[in-house]
Design a protein around this ligand. Structure first.
Ligand code: GLA
Length: 662
């Protein structure tokens, strides 16, 4: 973190504010209601390009001047957009070549948003020109707290397959390979794909059947880099003109999206911000939220981050858009806060009357102020005012979980033993840690693991030789690791590591897998020790490791499924199957106990407790996801109520608490 929105004393509370959708007389009322709701930060102008540059090089900033002045007068800080997220129709109309092209060759039309190709010089020039104008006009506006660049890069168009992108992709490849190297890396002798000149190399457009996996992986890397290059160009303008104003762009490090390598992106922003929407039909959606929040804190290298968007209630883009239950948005907000967010904002302030998102919830619903949503918004806004002391603190964790966006790109390709979902696989394992009350730091491969008692490595499908050595060295020196199936399978070019799975980690784990045995949907297998598993199994040979549990039925009766290997001074566990929820808790308890990891606080199932730590004091944030009142063994002052816990902290059913520990 090299900057933070300025002028905020307590955790940020607010949302996207789109005044251009409303007549002028509403703006004043907005500011009054924002004050009532405890709003202190809003993101303005994200989709306002067409209202700011009304025609080619003709600008209208008057309305935005007024809005920013009103917000400033109301004491509300502004995360101001450079407004490049959705180019206006006059621009795409005059330059159809800037519209993105799908893998099947269809050029997308105007009429929605994000209608640009990442390598379009026209888009880039115009975006930079607009950014300059905005920076020069508002760089010294007293309401300005930070810059919000673009919006959710890649959300709708993460990959463009046009001829220009093909050219830039070739340049990107040339910087990494000579033609022989490319042929070797992609294994082009398969299916006669050998390239004899660079102009034959294309993006993986629609082909008769499966494309080349190395080509698909490199194209994914290229597309993430191409969008990052665009972000950096916009950011650089802002940095040059307003060096002291922090810059961010909102990530989507969550279950909905995996197209960008946010480890690379996070290094380029002044502070990390993220958008998170719960999956309404998932009864355990609060655990997915926790994983996303931990991942974002990881991207922020443990430092505070900002939740740029969540919803107050229903979204409008899931198959069935369930409303949030009373108290749910409050719990969601506190879970983010517990896991290192120094503010939680929403899409959006006032629910739209028109446009594609009019049935998406907002802080101020269509039904107005006399609503469950607005009351809860006001309540939490007021509570955040009492939590100023948490700002800037970090989060305690004893376990590191390795997360790799590129493994998702490599492992989620077709023609694998199973249709694979990387995030869901990570989440499956994470749930056991969550249930055991253990807080996890999410780290990239090759991270510094000093201080962690355990490193968890779910489905790290592709690894470089250096990354494989990194984990080995860590365990050899006394670390504890837990590795799961579909790890170490391939090198960084998606080429399988021969000699048996899990290729790169065979020695570390003391196992050799000769064949995968995926299970049918709905099938479960029983294991010794009363465990059960589903989805995946493998024909594994213990090669020096201890066997913790073996299959007692299914196609692999008697074959080891959970192993433990003493390696150097440390211990490496291997999970060769997907354990069911209770079984995962059983095995993980042993793994954690062996590594000396203890829960943050002893809490009943379904109660989430995370510790934030400042220089001299620490706080516990407790979120009760159950329908029963609980009392936690915690000493200190509860900050929302101001009450001394006197040895027992009551957290009501569905409620939250924040305690300054003594
Ligand atoms: C994303 C976008 C917002 C809005 C929300 C709706 O997060 O950034 O503009 O579309 O989704 O959930």
């Amino acid at each position: 973190m090299t900057g933070w929105p300025t002028g905020l004393a307590s955790p940020s509370w607010g949302g996207d504010y789109n005044p251009e959708q409303w007549p002028e007389h509403v703006w004043k009322q907005d500011v009054e209601l924002m004050r009532r709701a405890g709003v202190n930060l809003v993101s303005v102008g994200i989709f306002a390009w067409a209202r700011l540059e009304v025609a080619d090089n003709r600008f209208d900033f008057g309305w935005l001047d007024q809005v920013l002045d009103l917000l400033h007068d109301g004491g509300i800080r502004v995360c101001l957009a450079n407004a490049t997220a959705s180019p206006p129709p006059w621009l795409t109309g005059a330059n159809p070549d800037m519209l993105p092209v799908r893998a099947d060759g269809v050029r997308l039309s105007h009429g929605s948003r994000q209608e640009y190709c990442p390598t379009s010089p026209v888009y880039r020039d115009r975006a930079i020109a607009l950014t300059e104008k905005i920076a020069l006009r508002y760089g010294e506006h007293p309401a300005l707290a930070a810059w919000h660049v673009n919006n959710e890069y890649g959300c709708h168009v993460s990959r463009c397959y046009c001829d220009r992108c093909a050219d830039v992709f070739r340049d990107w490849l040339r910087a990494r390979y000579d033609l022989d190297g490319l042929n070797r890396a992609w294994g082009t002798d398969f299916w006669s794909q050998h390239y004899s000149s660079w102009d034959q190399v294309l993006p993986p457009r629609v082909t008769p059947t499966l494309p080349n996996p190395g080509q698909v992986l490199d194209f994914a890397r290229f597309c993430s880099d191409a969008l990052l290059d665009l972000f950096c160009a916009e950011r650089d303008v802002l940095k040059e003109l307003t060096p002291d104003v922090p810059v961010t762009t909102n990530f989507m490090a969550n279950w909905t999206f995996s197209a960008l390598n946010y480890w690379h992106w996070a290094a380029e922003v002044d502070f990390v911000s993220n958008d998170h929407y719960t999956r309404a039909d998932d009864p355990e959606r609060h655990i997915e939220l926790a994983l996303s929040a931990d991942l974002v804190r990881g991207l922020s290298r443990g430092e505070p981050w900002l939740l740029m968007e969540q919803s107050t209630s229903a979204v409008n883009w899931q198959p069935r858009n369930f409303a949030k239950l009373a108290g749910e948005m409050r719990r969601n907000s506190y879970s983010h806060l517990a896991r290192g967010a120094d503010g939680t904002l929403f899409f959006q302030w006032r629910q739209s009357r028109a446009g594609a998102e009019r049935f998406h919830s907002a802080m101020l619903p269509h039904a107005g102020e006399d609503t469950k949503v607005f009351r809860e918004v006001t309540q939490v806004g007021e509570e955040y005012g009492r939590l100023a002391e948490l700002v800037g603190s970090t989060v305690d964790a004893q376990v590191a979980l390795v997360y790799d966006f590129e493994s998702a790109w490599a492992a989620e390709q077709p023609a694998h033993p199973v249709a694979f979902d990387y995030y869901a696989t990570v989440l499956g394992l994470y749930k056991a840690l969550w249930r055991l009350g253990v807080t996890v730091d999410v780290v990239p491969p090759s991270a510094d693991l000093t201080g962690y008692r355990l490193v968890v490595v779910p489905a790290l499908y592709q690894v470089t030789d250096d990354e494989a050595r990194w984990l080995e060295d860590h365990v050899r020196a006394g670390g504890h690791a837990l590795v799961t199936w579909f790890s170490g399978i391939a090198d960084e070019n998606s080429r399988v590591r021969p000699g048996g799975y899990p290729g790169a980690f065979r020695d570390l784990l003391g196992v050799r897998v000769e064949e995968f045995f995926p299970l049918a949907d709905g099938d479960t297998v029983r294991l010794t020790g009363g465990l059960s598993a589903s989805y995946w199994s493998e024909l594994l040979h213990a090669n020096g490791c201890g066997v913790v549990s073996s299959y007692v039925d299914g196609p692999l009766d008697g074959v080891p499924a959970v192993t433990r290997n003493e390696f150097g001074e440390g211990v490496a566990w291997y999970l060769a199957t997907t354990l069911d929820a209770d079984s995962a808790v059983t095995v993980l308890s042993d793994v954690l106990a062996g590594a000396g990891v203890t829960p943050t606080v002893s809490a009943p199932p379904g109660v989430e407790v995370v510790r934030r730590r400042g220089e001299r004091i620490s706080w516990l944030v407790a979120i009760n996801h159950t329908g029963a009142d609980v009392v936690l063994p915690v000493e200190g002052v509860e900050l929302i109520s101001g009450v001394d816990t006197a040895g027992g902290l009551p957290v009501p059913a569905g409620g939250v608490a924040v305690v300054r520990e003594v």
